[in-house]
Design a protein around this ligand. Structure first.
Ligand code: NAP
Length: 248
C-alpha cells in the first residue's frame, strides 16, 4: 500500500489498455475509481466488476473528453459521490496516423481535440476543486512521440508535445498550492493502439527498442501509482519516459 487508500482517482479512457490497467492498479491500492469511456460500454461494465472484486468503489461515465460540458459533469458527479478528487489521470487518447501531405483537417483536429483538448477540458473542469482542497495530483499521458517525434504522427506528436508543455506550465502555476502535475511518456505499449501495427512494423519497432520488447499497460500503471503516491512528493513538472530505452 502506498497511501492511496480511500483517495479518489479519476481516470479518463479507463475502458481499455493503459487506462484500464490504471483503474485496476489504483483499485488494488484501495482508491475510489471514477473512470470514463467513449464507446466501450461492455468493457466498462466488466471493469466496474473487476474494481468491485478488488474491494474498491467504481463509478463510470460515458463521456467524450472533447466536450467540456460532459467533462464538467464527470467532475461534479464524482465530487457528489466521493466528496473529493485527489488524482486526475488524463489518459484518453487516439491516433490517426498519416503522412502530412495526405492528412485531412479532420484527422488533425480529431487528434488534437481529443488528446490535448481533452486534457485541457478535464483539467480545467477539475482545477478549482483541487485548488480549494490545496491538494491534488494530475498525471497527463503523453508519449515518446511528443518528445522525439515519429514519422506519420505529426498530429499525434504535436498533441503529445503540447501535453508536456501544458503539464510543465500548470505544474509551476499550482505547485505552491500543493498540486503536483506531471506527464508520462510511454514508448510502444501492448494495447489496442499498437495491435493495429502489422508484423513488419512491429519487427522494425523492436529493433529500435534496447529492451527488445513492447511494454505492458501494467508497467505504465505502476509508474502512475508511484507518481500519485507520497513517495513522489518532490516530483513536479516532469515528463517521465517509460519506453524500454527507445528514446535514449
Ligand atoms: P487504447 O487501448 O486505444 O484505449 C484508449 C482509451 O481512450 C479507451 O478507453 C477509449 O475509450 C478512450 N477514448 C478515446 N477517445 C476518447 C474520447 N473522445 N473521450 C473519452 N475517451 C476516449 O489506448 P492506449 O494504448 O491504452 O493509450 C492510452 C493513452 O496512452 C493514450 O493517451 C495514448 O496516446 C497513450 N500512449 C499509448 C501508447 C501505446 O503504445 N499504447 C504509447 C504512448 C502513449 P473507448 O474504449 O470507449 O473507445
Amino acid at each position: 500500500m502506498r497511501g492511496l487508500k480511500n483517495k479518489t482517482a479519476i481516470i479518463t479512457g479507463g475502458s481499455r489498455g493503459i487506462g484500464r490497467a490504471c483503474c485496476l492498479a489504483f483499485a488494488r491500492e484501495g482508491a475510489n475509481i471514477a473512470f470514463t469511456y467513449n464507446k466501450s460500454r461492455q468493457e466498462a461494465e466488466k471493469i466496474k466488476e473487476e474494481i468491485l472484486s478488488l474491494g474498491a468503489e467504481p463509478l463510470s461515465f460515458q463521456a467524450d473528453v472533447k466536450d467540456y460540458t460532459q467533462c464538467r459533469k464527470v467532475i461534479e458527479d464524482t465530487l457528489a459521490k466521493f466528496g473529493k478528487i485527489d488524482i486526475l489521470i488524463n489518459n484518453a487518447g487516439i491516433t490517426k496516423d498519416r503522412a502530412l501531405f495526405m492528412m485531412t483537417l479532420e484527422e488533425w483536429k480529431e487528434v488534437i481535440d481529443t488528446n490535448l483538448g481533452g486534457t485541457f477540458n478535464m483539467t480545467r473542469a477539475a482545477i478549482t476543486t483541487l485548488m480549494k482542497q490545496k491538494e491534488g495530483c494530475i498525471i497527463n499521458m503523453s508519449s515518446v512521440s511528443g518528445l522525439i517525434g515519429l514519422s506519420k504522427q505529426s498530429n499525434y506528436s504535436a498533441s503529445k508535445a503540447g501535453i508536456i508543455g501544458f503539464s510543465k506550465a500548470l505544474a509551476k502555476e499550482v505547485a505552491p498550492l500543493n498540486i503536483r502535475v506531471n506527464a508520462v511518456c510511454p514508448g510502444f505499449i501492448e494495447t489496442d493502439m499498437t495491435a493495429a501495427l502489422n508484423e513488419n512494423m512491429k519487427k522494425q519497432i523492436l529493433e529500435l527498442i534496447p529492451e527488445k520488447r513492447l511494454g505492458r499497460p501494467e508497467e505504465v500503471a505502476e509508474l502512475c501509482v508511484f507518481l500519485a503516491s507520497g513517495k513522489a512528493a518532490y516530483i513536479a513538472g516532469e515528463a517521465i519516459k517509460i519506453d524500454g530505452g527507445l528514446a535514449i
